[in-house]
Each structure stands twice: as structure tokens, then as C-alpha cells.
Write a protein that binds this ligand. Structure first.
Ligand SMILES: [Zn+2]
Length: 651
């Protein structure tokens, strides 16, 4: 290489370094990454004394589908908590979750005025009186979480509208991680928000107790007026701050290429910052709004966020926004971990055990949602597994790499005091992929059915959306190898970021990238509730002449099928591994060997993490009964000795 060439290369390298070293401090993303077809300019004022928000918004919307529509549909999420007759509260009741609230602890959103402009010269039409509340999912006339506004003129492909809305909202005592406690405010899903127009019509579901959200990407430019000197955290970057004569301050936050906007304020927050840097990823300013009693845990929050930015960035794709805000909710506020674009809530307690997973686990999960929810904007109403399950799998993998070993920690004295059991390490498969949760309700719902219709209990919902998905992805990792699965997820991310993928888009990417038709797998884990259960039904080894004849009967107890390994171990140490396609109901393996068989195992490497019963996966001919007796006798003796010592001490 010539010197000039070398200098040019150095210049390019340095320019790249400089570009990499300049995080977006303005909320701008250049060039645009999303269609930006739903843009919001909002001006909101918080009155903490009456717990109300008075606000106005201008939505600039563009129809990017091939469909012509004659109406607009908006989410009014906070109407879910007007009274107990909403669909959200009725579903919560079905799951035996009840809310005893004082009259002023409920919420509502009252639309004051709605003006529509359909082109530049349009002076505007007041459609306030024509707006109606509809219930497209269940016909519950008392719901009120979806508003329909008929259009004076239909909007065709490429057309658009500008909508001005004024509204007043009463802030609830927290429901679904949204609300207020004392002077702590966490404000999410708080503005009248357009549904998503798709080629088959509006996708604008009612608010259900078990679902989250779905919206188009755009630019958010939001002014928030709050009491003077109260720190504010919000989606995006603070571009301006102005103190007002009435002892309030107006903060203006701005962010491009996001599909939601949430914010928080409280006079109590500690406001801390750190910077994420990585040789191959863009830098990120990390801001932590921490409760003062958790000051000693700042490092743990930053480290968990840093590990997520590192590994998700390396495995799936870079985080492009240049900043991220971590919010630590107030104690007993019921604002638990939740994801919003460029901002998320974590959650911890005053006392935490070292090398346990509080606060790391929730911090990493919610930070990880910036990828699976934030940038890959799948439909959380219909396909909850695409954000929760894919993210549970991803976070578990980062935790395994970055925070192992971690130990099981239980909380005592009303949850106040944690104790970490340093002989019980947290397992990626059992704990982080939530295997126990899946086994508790493996058939509770069909994954392919819309997830807003899953049975509303937390166990049932989480078993499918979170645990089953994490387990089938981890099974796929073991079946294909991490290198292949990582390539699948990176190309899925790259193809579908700032877009709205459907389940088939993930499945098609998986088959294309792996070069194998994986339809048989997705048919079973996604389009069916069937369970996997392989077992060793019988193992015999008898002497025949000079050798032993061994037969192992392997059985498929579940309806679902997966290729499994079969391993038989002999007394002389020989180990024979074979592969079974796992399709028939049973298969017998026979061996003539000089030695007697000791044990038989199906799926000895634990590839099939979806197997709902591992206790039948092996069988041994070596009697183990005395071992169990010894173990339990010793445990009992220790307990008895402890009792006698206590008795002696008190006597
Ligand atoms: Zn989640």
C-alpha cells in the first residue's frame, strides 16, 4: 500500500471513528429509518394537585397502504380504567385480579375538540360531535378505548390528514404501570393515538388486560409543562427548557423514528449519566433517573444496560438513537419494568443481594425491548411472542454470558430482606427461559391465535408468550447451532427494523437463512398446542451365552415430534449414541455387548427444552434406592440435631 493510499485509508478510518463517536444529542435520526407516517406534536401540562393533564396534539398522518379508508381510529387507552365495566377490568376480574380504588384513583380521557384537515387549503372541519366510541373486538358498549371518526372525504393510498385534538386526562393510581403515587408520575399510553392502517383495514384493538400496544413510526415533538425543578425523563432528547412565571417549567422533548412516547416526573429523582462506548457500535448516552434510596445501585443499572447494548448490538444490530433513559419507579408505585422507545422502567428494592438478578434481570429485559418492540415493531396485541418471547430468549442469553454465575435469591420479612443461595446458580434454561412457567400451563392457549384473546391470567399468558417462545428459540439454537440462529435473528432484525413484521416473516427468515425448511417445527410450536414428551419406557439387559442382550424402548408420549438422540451406557464404560427421527409412537433399540447396560437416555444432550417431563427421559439398571434413603436420613438427622440444639439453648 502506498503512503497516499495509507493516509486516505487513515482519513476514512478516522472519519468513521468520528462519526461513530458523535451520538445523536438532538433526537434526530439521519437518514430516516422508518416511514414516519404518524407524527405527533403535543403540548401537555401536568397539574399534580388535581392529577390532571390538559393537552393538545397535532397528528400528521399519511396512508402508506394500498387501501382507501373512510374513517380514522384512535386508541383512548386510559378509558380502560374509568370503571369496572371496561373490557380491561372485566378481563382482570376473570383472572381474579381486583382493584379496590377510591373514586379519584380511576382515570379517564375526555376529548374536547377534534379538527380535521385533509389538505393544505382545508380550513378544517370540527368532527368532535361525529366521533364515537366503538368496541371492534368484543362489542362491549361500555368499553370506550377505541374512538372512530368518520372522514368527510375518503383517504386513498398516499393521501393523508392532519388532526388537531385537545383533551383532558385524569391520571389514575397506577394501572398497568401507568399512573401516579404521591409526587411520582409515570405517564404512558396517555394521548389519543392513531391505530395502524393496514392493507386489510384499521388495526386498532381495544385495550385488553393482557395486551400491550401497536402503532406506526413517526416523529414526536412534545412539550411537557411540570412544576419548576422537577426532573423530567421522556422518550427522546430534551431540546429546550423554559421556566414560566407560574413556577412551572416547560421541557421540550424530540425523537424521530419511534412509535410511542412516554414520560415521567418526580422531584425525588437522582439524575445520573454514563456513556456507552464500543469499538464497533455507535456510542449511547445512558441516563438513569434513580430513586434516592437506591443510590448505591446505580452501577448495577448502568452495567446491565451496557451489557444489553453490547450483546444485542453485536448479535442483532446497532442501537441507533444515541441515548437511552433508565427509570427507577417509586416504591409501591406498581410501575414495574416496562419498555417505551428510548426509555424504559426497571425496578429494584432497597436491599438487594450481590450476584442475584435484581436489578439486572428486569433492566436487561426492558433495555432489550428496544430491539424487539422498539425497532422491530411487531403487533403486541396479536403476536405478543414476537416481542416478549424473542426478548426473553435474547435477555437470557445475555445474562448467561454477562452475569454468570448468579444465584437464586428469595425475599423474606414481607419481601424486605433478600437472601441469595450460593449453592443454587440461576440456570439459563430453567430460570431465565422460565421452563417451570411453561410446564405450568403448556396448553393454555394456541400461540397462533391473537394474543389479546389469550386467557387473561398472568400464568397462562406468560407461559405461552414468554416461556414457550424462549424455550423453542433455545431449542432451535441447540438444534441448528448458535451461529446459525444468530444469523437468522440478525437478518430478521435487519430486514424488519422500523417495520411491522408478522409471524410468517420470522419463520420465512429462519428457513431461508438456515437453508432448511423449518416449517415442521413452527407448525408444532406455533400453530399447535401439542406438547413434546419423550421417555425411556423400558430397559432390559440379560445374559445370553457369553454376552448381554440389551433392549431399550423409547416412547413418544406427547403429540409433537422432534428428532432426538438415544444414548445407552454399558457397565464397561462403552457409550452408544443413536439418532431417532422421533416420529413413531415408540422404537426399540437392541444391542449385543460383552457388558450389561447401565442406563438409557433419550435426548441426553437436552436439545429439546420443550419436553414437558424430563423425569422419564432416562432409566437405569443400577439400583439407586439406597442413595435416596441415605440422603433423606441425613437431612432428617441434621434437622433433628438443629431442633435439639435450639431446645437445649432455650431450656
Ligand atoms: Zn417484556
Amino acid at each position: 500500500m502506498s503512503r497516499a493510499c495509507c493516509l486516505a485509508a487513515c482519513a476514512v478510518f478516522l472519519a468513521a471513528r468520528v462519526a461513530l463517536a458523535q451520538p445523536s444529542s438532538t433526537g434526530a435520526v439521519a437518514p430516516p429509518r422508518s416511514p414516519r407516517n404518524a407524527n405527533y406534536v403535543i403540548d401537555a401540562r401536568l397539574d399534580p394537585a388535581t392529577r390532571t393533564i390538559t393537552a393538545s396534539e397535532i397528528i400528521t398522518w399519511r396512508n402508506i397502504t394500498s387501501r382507501t379508508v373512510d374513517d380514522l381510529r384512535f386508541h383512548l387507552y386510559w378509558n380502560a380504567w374509568r370503571d369496572t365495566r371496561s373490557t380491561w377490568l372485566r378481563e382482570a376480574t376473570l383472572a381474579h385480579v381486583r382493584y379496590d380504588r377510591r373514586p379519584d384513583e380511576w382515570s379517564r380521557v375526555d376529548v374536547g375538540r377534534l379538527i380535521l384537515r385533509q389538505d393544505q387549503d382545508d380550513p378544517g372541519t370540527d368532527l368532535t360531535a361525529r366521533a364515537t366510541l366503538i368496541s371492534p373486538d368484543d362489542g362491549n358498549v361500555e368499553d370506550g378505548t377505541v374512538m372512530r371518526v368518520p372522514l368527510p372525504r375518503a383517504v386513498g393510498p398516499g393521501g393523508g390528514a392532519t388532526i388537531e385534538i385537545t383533551w383532558t386526562a385524569h391520571i389514575p393510581r397506577t394501572f398497568a404501570r401507568t399512573g401516579a403515587l404521591g409526587n411520582f408520575f409515570f405517564i404512558a399510553q396517555w394521548f389519543p393515538k392513531l391505530g395502524v392502517l393496514q392493507n386489510d383495514g384499521w388495526n386498532c384493538h381495544q385495550f385488553h388486560s393482557g395486551t400491550e400496544f401497536f402503532a406506526d413510526y413517526g416523529v414526536y415533538d412534545v412539550k411537557l409543562t411540570v412544576p419548576h425543578s422537577w426532573p423530567v425523563g421522556a422518550t427522546g432528547v430534551e431540546r429546550e427548557r423554559r421556566d414560566n412565571a407560574d413556577r412551572t417549567t416547560t421541557h421540550r422533548y424530540y425523537q424521530e423514528d419511534v412509535h410511542d412516547f412516554s414520560w415521567t416526573t418526580s422531584p425525588d429523582y437522582l439524575d445520573l449519566t454514563e456513556r456507552f462506548e464500543h469499538p464497533r457500535l455507535p456510542p449511547v448516552e445512558m441516563r438513569l433517573l434513580l430513586q434516592p434510596e437506591h443510590a448505591s445501585q446505580a452501577r448495577r443499572h448502568f452495567d446491565a444496560t451496557r451489557e444489553t447494548l453490547t450483546h444485542y448490538g453485536e448479535w442483532f444490530g446497532a442501537y441507533p438513537y444515541g441515548h437511552i433513559t433508565i427509570v427507577d419507579p417509586a416504591y409501591q408505585s406498581d410501575v414495574d419494568g416496562m419498555e417505551y422507545p428510548t426509555l424504559f422502567t426497571a425496578g429494584t428494592r432497597w436491599l438487594v443481594a450481590p450476584r442475584s438478578l435484581t436489578p439486572e434481570s428486569v433492566t436487561m429485559h426492558e433495555a432489550g425491548h428496544q430491539w424487539w418492540y422498539g425497532m422491530v415493531g411487531s403487533n403486541e396485541f396479536e403476536d405478543a411472542w414476537m416481542d416478549e418471547g424473542v426478548n426473553t430468549f435474547s435477555t437470557a442469553r445475555v445474562e448467561g454470558v454477562s452475569f454468570s454465575p448468579s444465584y437464586l435469591a428469595l425475599r423474606y420479612f414481607g419481601g424486605f430482606v433478600p437472601y441469595a443461595f450460593h449453592d443454587i446458580a440461576v440456570s439459563r434454561e430453567l430460570d431465565r427461559n422460565r421452563m417451570g412457567l411453561y410446564r405450568a400451563a403448556p396448553k393454555s392457549d394456541l400461540p397462533a391465535s391473537p394474543s389479546y384473546g389469550y386467557f387473561p391470567s398472568r400464568v397462562a399468558r406468560n407461559a405461552i408468550s414468554y416461556a414457550k417462545t424462549a424455550l423453542w428459540l433455545n431449542t432451535l439454537e441447540r438444534h441448528l447451532g448458535w451461529e446459525t440462529l444468530q444469523r437468522i435473528m440478525a437478518s430478521y432484525f435487519s430486514r424488519w427494523q422500523f417495520n411491522h413484521p408478522r409471524p410468517s416473516d420470522f419463520f420465512e427468515t429462519a428457513s431461508a437463512v438456515s437453508g432448511r425448511d423449518l416449517g415442521w417445527f413452527f407448525d408444532q410450536v406455533y400453530r399447535s398446542s401439542n406438547v413434546f414428551d419423550y421417555g425411556v419406557e423400558d430397559l432390559q439387559s440379560t445374559k445370553e451365552g457369553g454376552s448381554y442382550r440389551t433392549s431399550a424402548v423409547i416412547r413418544r408420549y406427547g403429540e409433537a415430534m422432534f428428532p432426538v438422540g438415544v444414548r445407552v451406557t454399558f457397565a464397561d464404560g462403552e457409550r452408544v449414541d443413536q439418532q431417532w427421527d422421533g416420529r413413531d409412537r415408540w422404537k426399540v433399540y437392541t444391542y449385543d455387548r460383552p457388558s450389561r447396560a447401565v442406563s438409557a437416555q433419550v435426548d441426553p444432550d437436552g436439545v429439546l427444552l420443550l419436553d414437558i417431563d424430563s423425569t422419564n427421559n432416562s432409566r437405569t439398571l443400577a439400583p439407586r434406592g439406597p442413595r435416596a434413603a441415605t440422603k433423606w436420613s441425613l437431612k432428617w438427622m441434621v434437622w433433628l440435631q438443629d431442633l435439639l440444639l435450639n431446645w437445649a439453648a432455650l431450656a
